[in-house]
Write a protein of this length. Structure first.
Length: 241
């Protein structure tokens, strides 16, 4: 993605084979031709995202790409258009995600007890309530360049600070972190990882030293592709345990 290229046109860093995509009111299901129940990977975009963009996040190449990779890994992929339009919308966005997951769990092609939720960027705070009290069906969490703590100019609201929720559960977490992250975000990630290490929590870190925030639609390198594929593989394996 060029510096001035919008995310709704930027290519995904991994070449993927298109798989069937089934449209629902606020979410899409990838590989809905599954003949037996499969684990579900739910991809949760960041933000805030203005509601009047030419394309909503589930139609961006990056999230369509992740959905296709989930299907290729033997899972069902899901993308959700949640209503995270302003910094006051964390609770609304979280409710949208849970509602979409509930609808997908009722689908016979989805293994209702093997769900992973994967957040990106500004969607990171949505990890907090899941770490604090994971539903019985939640098998793992993942985050790619996520915001995990408050930073100057952004005080996360109560209940949506992931670092505060550490230790409440030992649910596995796969984190992809980038070396060229903005300092404000990187400091929060470092604090989160130090706290998790002190608690000996099961966190798998995939490091992309030369990666930027948004690398999966901007840094077209072998390392970017390696990190994306490794994260998908790790999440799929956790869901099959």
């Amino acid at each position: 993605m060029a510096a001035d290229e919008p995310p709704w046109t930027a290519d995904f860093v991994v070449d993927v084979t298109d798989v069937p995509r089934e449209r629902h009111a606020r979410w899409d299901l990838f590989d809905p031709v599954a003949r037996e129940p499969r684990p579900l990977i739910v991809f949760v975009h960041g933000g805030p995202v203005p509601p009047d963009l030419p394309k909503s996040p589930r139609d961006w190449p990056v999230y369509r790409g992740y959905g296709a990779l989930a299907a290729a890994a033997g899972c069902v992929g899901m993308t959700v258009d949640h209503r995270f339009h302003t910094r006051q919308d964390y609770a609304t966005a979280f409710e949208d995600v849970l509602e979409a997951v509930g609808e997908a769990r009722a689908d016979s092609r989805v293994d209702a007890d093997r769900i992973g939720i994967w957040v990106f960027s500004g969607g990171g705070p949505l990890l907090a309530p899941l770490l604090a009290g994971p539903p019985s069906w939640l098998r793992c969490l993942a985050g790619t360049y996520p915001i995990l703590d408050s930073r100057p100019g952004l005080e996360l609201p109560a209940g949506f600070r992931p670092i505060d929720s550490l230790g409440a559960t030992e649910i596995p977490l796969v984190l992809t972190v980038v070396g060229l992250e903005s300092e404000a975000v990187a400091v929060g990630v470092s604090r989160f990882l130090r706290a998790a290490q002190e608690l000996s929590l099961p966190i798998r870190v995939i490091d992309h030293p030369a990666g930027h925030h948004g690398f999966d639609s901007s840094d077209y390198t072998d390392d970017s592709r390696r990190c994306v594929k490794a994260a998908v593989s790790d999440v799929a394996q956790l869901l099959r345990r």
